[in-house]
Design a protein around this ligand. Sequence first.
Ligand code: GAL
Length: 361
Amino acid sequence: MLNRRTVLAGAASLALTLSACGRSSESSSEDSSEGGTVGLAMPTRSSERWLTDGKSLVEGLKAKGYKTKLVYGDDDPKAQVAQIDKLIRQGVDALIIAAIDNKSLNGVLQQAADADIPVIAYDRLILGTKNVDYYVSFDNEMVGRVQAHHIIEKLGLEDGKGPFNIELFAGSPDDNNTKYFFDGSMALLQPYLDSRQLVVPSGKTELDQITTLRWDGATAQKRMSGVLAEWYRSERIDAVLSPYDGISRGILSALKSAGYGSDSKPLPVITGQDAELASVKSIIAGQQSQTVYKDVRRLAEAAAIMVDDILTGWTPSVDDMSTYKNGVKAVPAVLLQPESVDKTNYNTLVRDGYFTAEELK
Ligand code: GAL
């Protein structure tokens, strides 16, 4: 099989910085190129990471000689379908899509297939269609494990400590990653729930009871406030499993409103994901405890290499041919490794050039 995966080895050194993208929901790179045009459909501008993804994809593809059309769906599935429809009509040569709702794209992806446009599911798997060619993401189950491991370590569960009170939060129900994060976490936490070293006073331990539509921090804040008011009048909360930094910050606000954050009522252990600047600062300040760092610049580079391979007649190299089943087929996947970041090792982010030391002050 012809592939050029080894090129990825140098991707980590990609010298990209985190300056924000423009605020328009649509942008085109100006340079002309012979490589063709790649449509980039990202889910939202409300979260820092997706701005970095968009910017890195544009830069990575431009470096390989491609023009790009970058659109943001502003967390509205219908708007994203309309944007992809427009990209197809504009004649893009390939599509890289981070879906808002994993099941809403089947119709528009049939149009892409009819026009022979290859489709890469970016970070989030697209379900229920054969018309998705590849998937690039991080090892999503590992993300959940990394979050759970932090809680286990911080609470000393392996040393038999407990019982501790914990509440569980999950991501958006229409994002396929949500299930992987949750399953990864529960694989490690369930034994401690069974032994009652961990107790969930609200009783909400099933995925469909704890999801957070569109990963919205305000939604999580509201749920945390409600849970604290109902179940923690005489109890203290020791840990919160949170899947994403935006949700973690919502949870933190609810906790602070309920008087947590003092010597007599310390904040619980709170996990997160994405190494967003506000959350990294919160970690340094001793509030959020942990995040999962996923260098999305490397993810974008992996997607750019994949598109370039496909459009130049190479077969992209993948890590996994069987795990990421979308209901119709197993989508060949490239999976990068996530990394836990807490107060002890956040300098990794500076070392990698993900943030400058100045930005973290
Ligand atoms: C997920 C993604 C996470 C986080 C979340 C909210 O799909 O894997 O890293 O970004 O969306 O945006």
